[in-house]
Write a protein that binds this ligand. Sequence first.
Ligand code: MLC
Length: 533
Amino acid sequence: MLLPSTRHLDAGATGVPAPATLVDGIVGRWADRPGAPALRDAADVAGSGGGSVAGHRHATGTWWTGGELDAATRAAGRAWRAAGLDPGDRVVWSTRSSVVALVAHLGALRAGLVVVPVSTGATGRELAHVAATVRPAAAVVEDPARAGALERPGVPLLACGPDLAGLPRRRGPGDGTPLDRAAPGDPALVLFTSGTTGAPKGAVLSHANLAAGTASIVAAWRWEPTDRLLHTLPVFHAHGLAVGVYGTLLAGASATLHSGFDAGSVLDAARAGEGTMFFGVPTMYHRLEASGRASDLGRLRLCVSGSAPLAAALHRSLAAHSGNPVLERYGMSETLMLVSNPVDGERRAGTVGFPLPGVEVRLAGGEDTGDEPGAGPAVVDGGEVLVRGPNVFAGYFERPAATAEAFEPDPDGGAPWFRTGDLGVEDGGYLVLRGRRTDLIISGGYNVYPAEVEDVLATHPSVAEVAVTGEPSDEWGETVVAWIVAADGPDEGALAEHAAARLAPYKRPRRYRFVDALPRNAMGKVVRSRLGG
Ligand code: MLC
């Protein structure tokens, strides 16, 4: 079943013109309105040194205009070049939100480098896996000690802070390929996302994927230059980076970057008329509602939720208190944004809306696609959500087998479809997500794959067997629970310490349950759905 895809557009419109590359589009916007405010650090962004990068500086809290960002990102691109980096070289980028960090990022894209955003909470083990996979030539990190974990034996790594201070000068200013020459199909970004195998894979997004994935939301959400985003998401994931930052810049709009989420600060800013839009994960909306001040969100033009399912009850209570129904949308690192509720028209609680312009969405079959026959989520009149479009990535970094598995051939011989792993049904054109084919846990908008956490816990000597599941939580959506068969007596403290040294905070179990045995099926495989209670 193919879902209709042009419902976000004005009558008669059939598509959205996307620039050939994201950088083309953004630089064009800056050229159109060089004096328009674009980005600023909120006063709570500490340690950005008042904003200095590649010779360009700004006081915290003041606006960088499009013209200033153009000049600064060009200077940053030249600094990358002068350091000896060439198109296609990978740069790990692991920083908190700040204009300066984004200038380094956009400068790298202008230089044709491939940016690899990584969580600032990543542990040494997680950083080493990224480095072993993408073999970075450089790393942008706030704490130089973290660069050590990215070094590979005998291979030099250029490490610098978000301000690019410390990059060597190995070439003259005019040497190397000119800036802004990346072709649409060239890789731009590698977003790490886990898989059922446990080891995170790098989804490679091209410059054209970024352009298409951003242009569709700019059009569908009627994103105007007058819009101002209250930006509180981390910039190292698709939501904060591609939706929040790229969207703002491609729309020629502006955003205030906060160093993190604080419900009171968002509501104060909304009340003071400092923004027109807010994007968040359901945990943030839960906290905004719990503050008792959700009515302040009514001052905003648009509130968008994504990265995890927004409970229908929370959607309804927020709408009742703010008079402003949250627009829920659906996307993934591999595809950027796919489906969205409408700006004009009903934003239906419990649904993610209809396909964005340019995105094709198909529900495959009606079979029960759960892992265990009879034990998986029952999907009666829907199926796995399959997608294709100019926003969909081409594959995982140097993982041809995983890439092949992620796509399904088109029954009519057309372009292949990406298998999202999500199960859905259609209801009056709206997509309703009904669980997953895989065991993914989503905690506070972050994806946690049980296999990765299990692999880490299994290396502790006190663990004989382990299974990891998600437990429902009003605030977090789900939290991580580890079920342990102890080899020689339960030792929760030791396990928590072991996990803390190896897993980013959001992946660490919140609870350890010690059991005598794990439930297994006839094949000997652990049946996670029978753990609980
Ligand atoms: C923080 N903690 C988490 C957590 N975030 N634990 C589980 N899940 C999470 N998501 C830990 C902290 O380390 C801390 O541990 C404890 O929980 C309490 O921290 P807090 O101060 O209350 O949390 P806070 O820092 O306020 O973070 C909550 C949050 C954050 C919701 C603001 O999780 C967040 O920014 N989430 C956004 C995730 C995101 O950007 N996802 C997009 C992925 S892209 P301790 O041990 O110190 O007590 C994607 C595609 C798409 O999915 O479509 O969008």
